[in-house]
Ligand binder design. Structure first.
Ligand SMILES: [Zn+2]
Length: 472
């Protein structure tokens, strides 16, 4: 404890001294690896409901850097005009959160490319120009890149890692773009020869656009090893299989678990990997590249369950996502292949809230009620769609402190309304995810001491330095 205090005092002293000299407080090393994990459709109350159900907090809730995030897009083409979150309107009108919400493809573009675009489009500016994503940029620099999801690999969030289109449902074009991209890892659901219960069925190629795309995937186009069985994902995850590029399509159609039908609520598809296994498999491939890697890993069906107002399934999917984050934390704690918190930035966030989930009294701001471990918490959905409520973000590891400079939005009611940490009274914009990833990738990235000392999360920085390698 004394040692810890000395370190903190030392940091404060150093920052003050360098500030006096007009120098940056410190010059960070570049993050060699960047891991962006997205729980699609997750709001603050999804996190809280899952905590109550499991009786534990998700590992990312103890990350050193955290805050809220605005998710607004440019709006709809020829439709509504997207507007940034307005704290005053949020808390004065319960229905405010339900209008003008982003979709997943524009939200993904904001995070990957730093631009506000129209909903239902990917990596196309509002004037139709192509955007280059962070992942494409670092691939050009020689890093390995990947996109991993629990839903079909060509769905909005994983596809937008590289795809550029004005129509997110154009699976033929999107899949072709992904096949021809530099992605070293593509993993998800979306198998045209299986149904949502993981049963073999007659081919229906719509989910990959056409048979030619599927033939290219299964024949190893662009040097990717094709895998599909659970045992193949397991082998890649435990290291008994090792390849440099992979296209993994689990033997299920739309999503690993959430769309299953005809089974008891407790039964799950047993022929597919979970997201933690996919994550370990992806890391095993990506970390073969000595230059480092950048990957997006999505829990895609939290959103789908929230659209359906099915809290039990949403919690199932969130637990699966949380286990995948834990797998990454374990990987970094172990210093696997030289990758640890000193050279890897881990960001955990959501693209938007979905379902307008609040406490059991419908149509009103009230907190989710803890009904004990294994029991569904007291909660009510207030929407069948996305909302524009702020979502949480959490960051740990190399350059996580870069986020502090972007915590410029303020909503002093967040902590009291949700019953959460006051750190969430400050928010970033979703385009800041791109800015931080891009800055973390460049070396070195000094933060002026003047910004740090003014940043609302400065105290959080000290905590960050202290517990950097103690995530359990
Ligand atoms: Zn989404």
């Amino acid at each position: 404890m004394l040692e810890m205090k000395k370190k903190i005092i030392g940091l404060v002293g150093m920052a003050a001294m360098l500030f006096a000299l007009g120098q940056p407080a410190y010059a960070d090393m570049a993050a060699k690896n960047i891991i962006l994990m997205i729980s699609d459709g997750q709001g603050f109350n999804t996190v809280k409901a899952t905590d109550y159900y499991t009786g534990t907090k998700a590992v990312y809730e103890s990350f050193a850097v955290k805050g809220a995030m605005n998710t607004s897009s440019a709006g709809a083409f020829n439709g509504y005009v997207g507007k940034p979150y307005d704290p005053a309107k949020m808390w004065s009108d319960f229905s405010y959160q339900k209008s003008g919400a982003t979709d997943s493809s524009s939200a993904a573009t904001a995070m990957y490319s730093g631009a506000k675009i129209y909903d239902s489009q990917m990596n196309k500016t509002t004037t139709g120009a192509d955007l280059t994503t962070f992942f494409e940029k670092v691939a050009d620099q020689g890093k390995a890149t990947g996109a991993v999801s629990t839903v079909n690999f060509d769905h909005a969030t994983p596809a937008a890692v590289v795809a550029k289109t004005t129509n997110r449902n154009d699976y033929a074009t999107i899949t072709s773009q992904m096949i021809n991209s530099k992605l070293d890892v593509i993993m998800g659901a979306g198998h045209p020869l299986y149904n949502n219960n993981g049963q073999s069925v007659a081919a229906n190629y719509g989910i990959v656009g056409n048979q030619a795309n599927w033939d290219a995937i299964t024949s190893g186009a662009n040097g990717r090893t094709f895998i599909e069985s659970k045992s193949q994902f397991d082998a890649l995850a435990n290291g008994t299989m090792n390849v440099d590029k992979v296209f993994g399509v689990a033997q299920v159609r739309d999503t690993l678990q959430d769309s299953r039908t005809g089974a008891p609520a407790s039964a799950t598809n047993t022929n597919v990997p979970d997201l933690a296994t996919m994550t370990k498999a992806a890391l095993n491939v990506l970390d073969n590249d000595a230059d480092g890697f950048a990957v997006m890993i999505e829990g895609g069906a939290i959103d789908w369950a929230n659209h359906a107002n099915n809290l039990g399934r949403a919690i199932n999917e969130e637990i699966d996502f949380n286990n995948a984050v834990q797998a990454v934390v374990d990987y970094l704690n172990a210093g696997t292949n030289g990758n640890d918190w000193s050279n890897t930035l881990l960001i955990v966030t959501a693209d938007h809230e979905c379902g307008g989930l609040w406490g059991p009294t419908s149509g009103a701001f009230n907190q989710v009620v803890d009904n004990g471990v294994g029991n569904l918490p007291g909660a009510a959905y207030n929407s069948g769609s996305h909302t524009n409520a702020l979502v949480p973000f959490y960051a740990e590891g190399a350059d996580a402190d870069l986020f502090l400079a972007y915590l410029t939005g303020s909503d002093p009611n967040m902590a009291s309304m949700y019953g959460i940490d006051t750190a969430f009274n400050w928010y970033i914009d979703n385009t800041d995810i791109f800015k931080v990833m891009d800055a973390a990738n460049a070396a070195p990235v000094p933060i002026p001491a003047s910004i740090l000392l003014l940043a609302p999360g400065f105290a959080g920085l000290l905590v960050f330095r202290r517990k950097q390698v103690t995530v359990k």
